[in-house]
Design a protein around this ligand. Structure first.
Ligand code: F0G
Length: 457
């Protein structure tokens, strides 16, 4: 059969609330044209993030009922630890409440002024945690990874020449090297297992630990099975196990490929590094056998880590994103190619060609998406990455909108609806009016900024 179906049936449902376009116009105004400030109850289909928004399975909910909430040495931790070790293969498993807690712990040990940490592309929170210590976060993705139209199958690969050069010229400043799979900042693009191993070997030649940001490791494994002949006949678990072989550690947000609504870990092989990490963990997260989590969370995550590697699930997962991407491309919408594992990234600059960057075309897109259909996406453009210097706006390099798919939450009909909304926006694109910022915070302004249209329609 060629039809790829949702590999589950639904026995627990949650209603979603319909609003009229007039109501949404009022809600947008009240939210100052910033969808982050709209209540989730007023959103029909929420594609803001794939993080923490997964539907848990009956097996995960069942596992929660047997959570062991002992402060020390909980049985649930042992189960969690064993599952993480089976897949990732690291000696020390340190549970945290989410990915950035792992990053904070790791960077406070290895970071510091004068240091430089390479990655394909640092995710925002990783970059922030590196920079918070005074270190530099360096992005070394391959040139194709920066080209929205390039069809390179592994646009998350690291540029090995540039990494080699960095290690030659500034080796003593590099405490660790990283790679992010899949590369969220670069469009949810995978890295080839051979590239990951080459990064590891290069770092090891220079005696540097190699840490993998593994949030979407299962999606990355699936892309390798689809696109990489060396993985074609392997199971997702085998590819995942091979991915981490020889690496020195992983930081993980289990809110993504762990099917968790909360959770993460830092896994390490080095005893000394692990001891330092646990000491900080006790200070900020909790005792090493629960970290920032309840025993019941650890149970649900252990089950989720197994479910995420089901080939039927991964085939469906990657296909839902591709399906939406293909519908949008058929309309004429330009997206980052090829579609990523967890999200479609729309090029808003080429959608609203009449809007200059200082009128925030990607923010206009997310507002119009909400106004036309009650759908929420996230702006990755000049509101997020632009800067205001003495009242003058310096735009970002790109004006993207990310439509991230929560795992196992929406059906094909929901996706058809989203595509229909965007088709209507495309027809009316010339009528869209730009936005200007009326209020902003000094850091991470996109979360709380207020905007308004530059003129009335
Ligand atoms: N690394 C990557 C690649 C991520 O995508 C995220 C989170 C993190 C680390 C941090 O994990 O949220 O559990 O603290 N990404 C979310 C997103 C927020 O919407 O892409 P966290």
């Amino acid at each position: 059969m060629s039809e790829i179906i949702e590999p589950f049936r639904i026995r627990s449902v949650e209603p979603i609330r319909f609003t009229t376009r007039e109501q949404r116009e009022d809600l947008l105004k009240a939210a100052h044209w910033n969808p982050f400030l709209i209540d989730a109850d007023d959103v029909l289909i929420d594609l803001l993030t794939d993080s923490g928004t997964s539907a848990m399975s009956a097996a995960q909910w069942g596992a929660m009922m047997v959570g062991d909430e002992s402060y020390a040495g909980s049985r649930s931790f042992r189960r969690f630890e064993a599952k993480v070790q089976e897949i990732f293969g690291f000696k020390h498993v340190i549970p945290t409440h989410q990915g950035r807690a792992s990053e904070k712990i790791l960077m406070s040990i290895v970071g510091g002024p004068g240091k430089v940490i390479p990655n394909n592309n640092h995710f925002d929170t990783t970059r922030a945690n590196v920079e918070f210590t005074g270190a530099e976060a360096l992005d070394l993705v391959i040139p194709e990874g920066r080209e929205p139209d390039s069809l390179h199958p592994f646009k998350g690969n690291m540029d090995l020449d540039r990494l080699g050069e960095l290690l030659q010229t500034r080796g003593s400043d590099v405490p660790i090297g990283m790679i992010t799979i899949t590369n969220n900042t670069g469009g949810g693009q995978p890295a080839a297992i051979e590239n990951i191993h080459a990064v590891r070997n290069l770092l090891h030649e220079h005696k540097k630990p190699f840490i993998i940001d593994s949030c979407r490791f299962a999606e990355n494994a699936w892309f390798n099975i689809e696109r990489n002949p060396s993985c074609a006949n392997k199971s997702p678990k085998e590819v995942a196990q091979e991915t981490f072989k020889g690496a020195d550690g992983a930081s993980m947000s289990l809110k993504k490929d762990g099917f968790g609504n909360i959770g993460g870990f830092l896994a390490l092989n080095d005893d000394d590094l692990a001891e330092k990490a646990r000491n900080i963990l006790i200070l900020t997260e909790g005792f090493p056998t629960y970290g920032g989590l309840a025993g019941r969370d650890l149970e649900a995550l252990a089950v989720g880590l197994e479910e995420t590697l089901d080939p039927h699930y991964l085939r469906y997962r990657v296909q839902t994103v591709r399906y939406l991407a293909e519908k949008l491309m058929a309309i004429g919408v330009k997206i980052v190619q090829p579609p990523g594992g967890h999200a479609v990234y729309i090029d808003a600059r080429r959608f609203y060609e009449h809007l200059p960057a200082n009128e925030f075309p990607a923010q206009v897109f997310v507002c119009e998406l909400y106004r036309f259909g009650g759908v929420r996406g996230v702006e990755i453009g000049s509101v997020m990455f632009g800067r205001s210097i003495d009242g003058k706006e310096i735009p970002a390099d790109r004006e993207l909108v990310r439509l991230a798919m929560p795992r196992r939450v929406y059906t094909q009909a929901h996706v058809n609806y989203v595509a229909e909304v965007i088709a209507e926006m495309w027809e009316h694109r010339h009528e869209a009016v730009g936005l200007k910022i009326t209020r902003q915070a000094p850091f991470l302004r996109h979360f709380t900024a207020h905007l308004e249209p530059v003129r009335s329609k």
